[in-house]
Design a protein around this ligand. Sequence first.
Ligand code: GLN
Length: 454
Amino acid sequence: TATCLTAIEDAGALNAFVHKTPEIATEQAAAADARIKAGDAPAMCGIPLGIKDLFCTKGVPSQAASRILEGFKPEYESTVTTQLFDAGAVMLGKLNMDEFAMGSSNETSVYGDAVNPWKVDDRNLTPGGSSGGSASAVAADLCLAATGTDTGGSIRQPAAFTGITGLKPTYGRVSRWGVVAFASSLDQAGPMTKDVRDAAIMLQAMCGHDPKDSTSADLAVPDFEAALTGDIKGKVIGIPKEYRMDGMPAEIAKLWEDGTAMLKDAGAVIKDISLPHTKYALPAYYVIAPAEASSNLARYDGVRFGHRAKLDAGDGITEMYEKTRAEGFGHEVQRRVMVGTYVLSAGFYDAYYNRARRVRALIKRDFDNVFADGVDAILTPTTPSAAFGLGEMTDADPIQMYLNDVFTVTVNLAGLPGIAVPTGTDASGLPLGLQLIGRPWEEADLLNVAYSLE
Ligand code: GLN
């Protein structure tokens, strides 16, 4: 913990930690020490973590990187952080992210950009998003692991951009209670770690049934670390042809081929599969996610949380809402609220929102079919490229940014577990990762296949 606290001070340029909690860390570390001395030490005991700013942490600023939550200190602790702290983990502070987890580059944060510790010719690169601070902090050794959340790729894409491991569990495996909501039917928290074993250990502490989240699954939790046997003989790995996108860079295609060969050498059976509705995933996601976001973000009204605009004489409650939301939300959040409100409006609900929901069901059915056909896991690239430069993709062309999520959003739409594992580098030495998608609730199996890719 002490080493990490010093490293954080020295790494201010990464802008990964947006709120530091050295007093809490020191106190928790001392308590962990006492537990270790007393012989009562679970695996997470004394492990210094960074916590994404989307998690509510009691008495500690939890702003979802938004101006609208300025000054908000929750009265309660999220279930995930409660469980981690009960297991003896230590909180070093809160981590940078895209505002309300909307973004793929950590450039929509009220705290400014988080920076990737990997550089090419001193060019500042994005750590990805929305869990950009988490990825940057783990990759730069500012903490041993971090929490992330993933609505459309926000754990896996930043993991790939920074050369770390990121796991999005099955929807319902990890409680969403106390995690600021973006798109409730897609959001899922997960571990961002240095390797697969750490992901298994951290998931164990984070997950499990929570009566406070009605979508949390009441299922037994297996021993994830014990599942890491390295034996994947006879496992069937699907390679979906629809992920071989036009114009895929040669280095991504090569990475994918190398990963396939590695799994084959380890005894897996490689099978070509088809997920025919893949090309509709991105448009469906960018209807459903904003729709749910516009509803979830209606609660930020200047009354219940955080920021309230200064009002002029004669302003009524409508002006208070309008001014507060206009200055409290950044551009990308406003864009999502507008898109979401539009697709949910009476005249367009069927044409957009209901159609996107039907597409979502078809995407889920594609996966159900290949799993019913005996496929154990699916191997794809995580991202269409390595980390890009900060400021390279502009606010003026959001579609360009959304295309980053092309390989990751299907997993959220289908509620499946997915893991990003670093497996190579591009020509300039930047990390690249592969994604494995598993059967629902089979994180143990998925982690074991991922373990063979390391
Ligand atoms: N990049 C996607 C978006 O902007 C995913 C974000 C996420 O997973 N939280 O919506």
